[in-house]
Design a protein around this ligand. Structure first.
Ligand SMILES: [Zn+2]
Length: 223
């Protein structure tokens, strides 16, 4: 059943005991996959193990479908060189950047999931995914944060306004302050307004869990 994903040797090592229904194996295979799942965001040891045992119970077709989907995802989904979101696209930039290239407002967000919830508001804007936040306790700026790319895009496109849309968490506010400072010179020079989200958002809650009405309000009341 698991031959295709784990290899023949692995299948020989993993089997279900007919008497006690416990999985007999060299524990390293279960351990190996558990360890891999633990690298996923928000997944702890117990949940990682539940995934592994769930997979062991699936039939071959389901495992094939899952592994094919993961490989397809990696092959066909690219990072847009303009907004840095992950998407499938044929042109140089993603469809969202292409369709909204004339928009005068650029919303800067932490991650792809935040972009998806803002997109649902139908607020006319372009987007930029910063790639994460800057933790308060972090002394250095994390490598995945695309500050240079953001500055470059703003200088090139010169939007009328840049909206910083980060979560109302300590790390989100820290990121907002950092980006605000970063943009000060360019904003002044190019006469670009830099605003932040208005009231209505819940403190301590990540933006991706906010609903469209709340986000529309926060966008309309931006400061
Ligand atoms: Zn894009």
């Amino acid at each position: 059943m698991l031959e295709n994903i784990l290899g023949t040797r692995a299948v020989a090592l993993v089997s279900l005991c007919s008497e006690c229904y416990f999985v007999n194996s060299y524990m390293d295979l279960i351990y190996k996959l558990t360890k891999l799942f633990r690298t996923f965001p928000g997944i702890g040891e117990r949940q990682a193990k539940r995934f592994v045992y769930f997979l062991l119970e699936q039939d071959e077709n389901k495992i094939k479908e899952l592994t094919a989907a993961i490989i397809e995802l990696k092959n066909d989904v690219k990072q847009c060189p303009s907004c840095f979101r992950f998407a499938q696209f044929r042109n140089d930039i993603c469809d969202l950047c292409f369709d909204r290239k004339n928009s005068k407002i650029l919303i800067v967000l932490e991650k792809d999931n935040d972009l998806e919830v803002f997109r649902k508001t139908n607020f006319d804007s372009k987007f930029f995914v910063l790639g994460g936040n800057i933790p308060v306790l972090e002394k250095e700026i994390p490598k995945n944060i695309k500050t240079a790319e953001l500055l470059e895009r703003i200088k090139k496109e010169q939007p009328e306004e840049v909206v910083l849309a980060f979560s109302l968490t300590p790390d989100g506010e820290h990121t907002e302050n950092y980006v605000k400072k970063l943009l000060t010179g360019t904003a002044k020079e190019k006469n670009i307004k830099v605003s932040t989200l208005g009231r209505g958002l819940s403190t301590g809650i990540e933006l991706e869990y906010s609903d469209s009405d709340t986000l529309t309000n926060a966008l309309q009341n931006r400061r």
